[in-house]
Ligand binder design. Structure first.
Ligand code: FAD
Length: 460
């Protein structure tokens, strides 16, 4: 023991259970992975650190980009639903539960995203729990994955910490959907790629907003860059999305730079007078993935949020009587560790619409639109190899931890892509545990056939 280290005592850990498939992280990709694995016959456990499921998707990203191609700016290109299967079933269930207005076409700003699908974060929490129960997933909430159990480069399970103490769970196949690659990293996988500017945000909701008035203000000032309508059950208020490009209004420019906020008031609304989602907070990226840096960002976003709210209540008509009704449960981080996988999706793949023999999903949205659309309204394939960490056996990864190229990541990290990847890794893991093989040995044709049988669109 030195001054700066402490030797933890050795102890025997209770093995809490043995499963065919273990999914670590019950966020965007993880919930879909768990459902897919269980439906394909695997005895599946989902481990999540919080008391709810959904991760970043319901803590700052509830306008789901996108099940469709960005076709509208390209005459002659047809509207195509690229992501179906479980991610699409979730939308149907959300509509049924009153927590989604459906797939909405933008009337303005459709060069960024033509069809968006806004969901209600609170309704999602109930819907997804029902779907877990129906598919037979064993849920373990309030549980942090802290380490891996490995034999050489083969993952055999994970070590968890919770109010029950420190325990172990064993599994034939493990899926890392922690967003940060916690499992892959602890198992010894390589991390690659650079950080993203404006990496960290905090989305929030405001109630009692006169949305028509706010949108009209941006329109009058030449700053209304995105707009979509939907039936919210109100004759007065049918605006489902508006983006007010504050930076286009000269008198506000200096202020925004001073507090470092994002250029726009990016919003969507599911209920009359309620801005369900406002995405405007932006602070500098984490220099490293540590509690100190996360704390620094957490404190900064809270300060910035107060400043933004004061600013919009004072300067933007329609917000005078509004109040903050919800904030994300923690900072939203767009990019931390990226795991080195058998294939690394490139900006060229995204922008030129690369297709792959082993593709397990198709995707057509790029967060850099309208400047950098995917292949003129087309789409690209996500290869199975992009979900296979190099060197590590019995492990699959999905979500924002793939794709080292920042420009390409601006596409692959979006919610609907993460969910589509989730269905692929969940299905693959179930097949692998049945065949008793590592994911690298799986016959991709079998995986593709199973995905198609389960409703995934693969254009085969
Ligand atoms: C501010 C912000 C706004 C965004 N806006 C949009 C948008 O409008 N539309 C869009 O499509 N995308 C948007 N994105 C991107 C998108 O939301 C994310 O990239 C995507 O949701 C990531 O999904 P994931 O499954 O990789 O991770 P997550 O959804 O974050 O899931 C990770 C899960 O793992 C859990 N976890 C983490 N570590 C552990 C551990 N050690 N043990 C147990 N559990 C653990 C977490 O609690 C979480 O539930 C936004 C992102 C941010 C940050």
């Amino acid at each position: 023991m030195s001054e700066n280290t402490f030797m933890e005592r050795e102890r025997a850990l209770k093995v809490k259970g043995e499963y065919d498939v273990l999914v670590a992280g019950g966020g965007t990709a993880g919930v879909v992975a768990a459902i897919a694995a269980a439906r394909n016959g695997a005895n599946t456990i989902l481990v999540e650190r919080y008391g709810f499921l959904g991760g970043t998707m319901i803590n700052g990203a509830c306008s789901l980009h996108s099940y469709f191609n960005v076709y509208k700016p390209f005459p002659g290109v047809e509207r195509k639903q690229l992501v179906k299967g479980i991610p699409s079933e979730i939308v149907d269930r959300m509509i049924e539960a009153g927590g989604c207005l459906g797939n909405i076409e933008q009337v303005r700003g459709y060069g960024y995203d033509t069809v968006i699908t806004p969901i209600d974060h609170e309704v999602f929490k109930a819907v997804i729990v029902k779907m877990m129960e129906e598919s037979g997933v064993k849920l373990l909430l309030h549980t942090l994955m802290v380490d891996t159990i490995t034999e050489g480069d083969t993952v055999k399970g994970i070590i968890i910490e919770s109010k029950s103490g420190r325990e172990a769970i064993l599994a034939k196949t493990v899926i890392d959907t922690t967003g940060d690659g916690d499992v892959a990293f602890r198992a010894g996988a390589e991390c690659i790629g650079e950080l993203q500017p404006y990496n960290v945000g905090l989305s929030f909701s405001m109630a009692n907003v006169n949305i028509e008035k706010a949108a009209a203000f941006f329109e009058e000032n030449g700053a209304l860059t995105q707009l979509a309508y939907a039936d919210k059950g109100s004759v007065k208020d049918n605006i489902a999305r508006f983006v007010g490009q504050i930076e286009n209004i000269d008198k506000f420019k200096g202020y925004m730079q001073k507090i470092g906020m994002m250029r726009a008031l990016m919003t969507y609304s599911l209920h009359r007078g309620d801005l369900t989602y406002i995405n405007s907070v932006a602070v500098s990226p984490l220099a490293e993935l540590t509690a100190e840096e996360m704390t620094r960002a957490e404190v900064q976003v809270r300060h910035q949020l107060s400043q933004i709210v004061e600013f919009i209540k004072t300067h933007i008509p329609g917000f005078q009587d509004a109040y903050v009704s919800w904030t994300g449960n923690q900072i939203g981080i767009r990019r931390t560790r990226v795991i080195d996988c058998e294939y690394d999706i490139t900006a060229n793949d995204v922008e030129n619409g690369s297709r792959f023999e082993d593709e397990i999903a198709l995707y057509g949205f790029h967060d850099m639109g309208p400047r950098r659309n995917v292949n003129k309204g087309g789409y690209y394939g996500i290869p199975y190899r992009a979900l296979l960490p190099k060197k590590i056996e019995n492990l699959l990864v999905a979500g924002r931890m793939i794709t080292s190229d920042w420009t390409a990541h601006m596409s692959t990290r979006n919610v609907v892509s993460c969910m589509a990847q989730g269905q692929a890794v969940g299905t693959a893991a179930a097949l692998c545990s049945k065949l008793d093989i590592s994911p690298g040995k799986l016959n991709v044709k079998t995986l593709q056939e199973t995905l198609i049988k389960d409703g995934v669109y693969l254009e085969k």
